[in-house]
Design a protein around this ligand. Structure first.
Ligand SMILES: NC(=O)c1ccc[n+]([C@@H]2O[C@H](COP(=O)([O-])OP(=O)(O)OC[C@H]3O[C@@H](n4cnc5c(N)ncnc54)[C@H](O)[C@@H]3O)[C@@H](O)[C@H]2O)c1
Length: 310
């Protein structure tokens, strides 16, 4: 099998690429390295195409001869999209349309499209099932929802199976701290520098964290097991409080960072947990990395990676 992984130099994409190679899949990566790292793929046996998913002729070339596309390239994150909604829309809507159209023209039959829990917006019921209302509250959520709808539309119109995976809070190896980072790399960075950790609100808000290893497995199952097009929540199906997360990370790291509290941020949701029975039933998806174990592995990697990067 030959696969194109867009965004393959990024956090989740590079983990997926490693897994696919181990399973005998021949890989081409398309990535503009805007948030990904060359070092994530440099020692891997991949054909690397540098460039932008908004460049339709490049996407056409990158898709030639592949059997399946894993589309992960995106402008990622709420805050980034508030700062630059136009670029967010270009990459996530036009970029995804380019991938779909090139796949259709090249006769590719299967696409695994990356969606996000950000498409739900305000959370009304818990746990969050696939049929929860979709009212995204950021340009990022809107662009990911539009991309998902476009992907499903292509699957209705053409002979194309499209499986959309709506990730919840993903963490794990190759997730680096940046200004728009998720809570786990932000806490890791503070603990590593022995600076105070800030928790917004009382810390009793909950999140569904899923290890990247489990997300990679969901992608593989979407490419190999899914019988038809559809959308799936990909989370752990469990949730923990931010207080618990901070305590676990502090204990594991042995850091003497203090924990401080700041006012709740307006857009923060109180509780978040994915309902994953659809993925369990249809994809045989079974997340199996316990958060305690995933955090031990992550913090060890984070410290080693920082020494290389700094
Ligand atoms: N990390 C999470 O918790 C999370 C949650 C929900 C959904 N997602 C989705 O997962 C996917 C991967 O995200 P990630 O967390 O690995 O982030 P990431 O930023 O590490 O990965 C994105 C990759 O896409 C590349 N890219 C960005 N714009 C591009 C463009 N115009 N052309 C080509 N390549 C481009 C980047 O260089 C990077 O390698 C994204 O589609 C994101 O929306 C992530």
């Amino acid at each position: 099998m030959k696969a194109l992984v867009t965004g393959g130099a990024g956090f989740i994409g590079s983990n997926l690429v490693q897994y696919l190679i181990k399973n005998g899949v021949s890989i081409r990566v398309l990535d503009d390295l805007s948030t990904g790292y060359q070092k994530n793929v440099k020692d891997l046996d991949v054909e690397f195409v540098f460039g932008d998913v908004c460049d339709s002729s490049l996407v056409k070339k990158a898709i030639e001869g592949v059997d399946v596309v894993f589309h992960l390239a995106a402008s990622v994150g709420r805050q980034k999209s508030l700062n630059d909604p136009r670029r967010d829309a270009e990459v996530n809507m036009i970029g995804t349309t380019n991938v779909l159209e090139a796949a259709r023209q090249a006769g590719v039959r299967r696409i695994v499209n990356t969606s996000s829990a950000a498409i739900f917006g305000e959370l009304l019921t818990m746990p969050i099932a696939e049929d929860h209302p979709l009212n995204p509250d950021s340009p990022y959520g809107v662009s990911k929802l539009a991309a998902e709808k476009q992907a499903l539309c292509f699957s209705d119109l053409y002979d194309l199976t499209v499986v959309c995976l709506r990730y919840f809070n993903v963490y794990g190896i190759n997730q680096r701290f940046d200004a728009y980072g998720n809570v786990i790399p932000i806490f890791a960075d503070r603990l590593y520098k022995r600076l105070p950790i800030t928790i917004y609100g009382d810390g009793e808000q909950t999140r569904d964290f899923i290890n990247v290893t489990d997300v990679v497995m969901a992608n593989y199952l979407a490419a190999t097991v899914a019988k038809q097009s559809g959308v799936y929540n990909i989370g752990s199906g469990l949730s923990i409080t931010i207080n618990h997360l901070a305590k676990m990370m502090k204990d594991i790291s042995g850091s003497d960072s203090s924990i401080e509290y700041a006012p709740m941020r307006p857009a923060d949701v109180r509780h978040c947990r994915a309902e994953i029975s659809k993925a369990k039933n249809n994809l045989k998806f079974s997340p199996n990395v316990k958060i305690e174990d995933g955090l031990v592995e992550y913090l060890k990697w984070f410290e080693e990676d920082r020494k290389v990067i700094e």
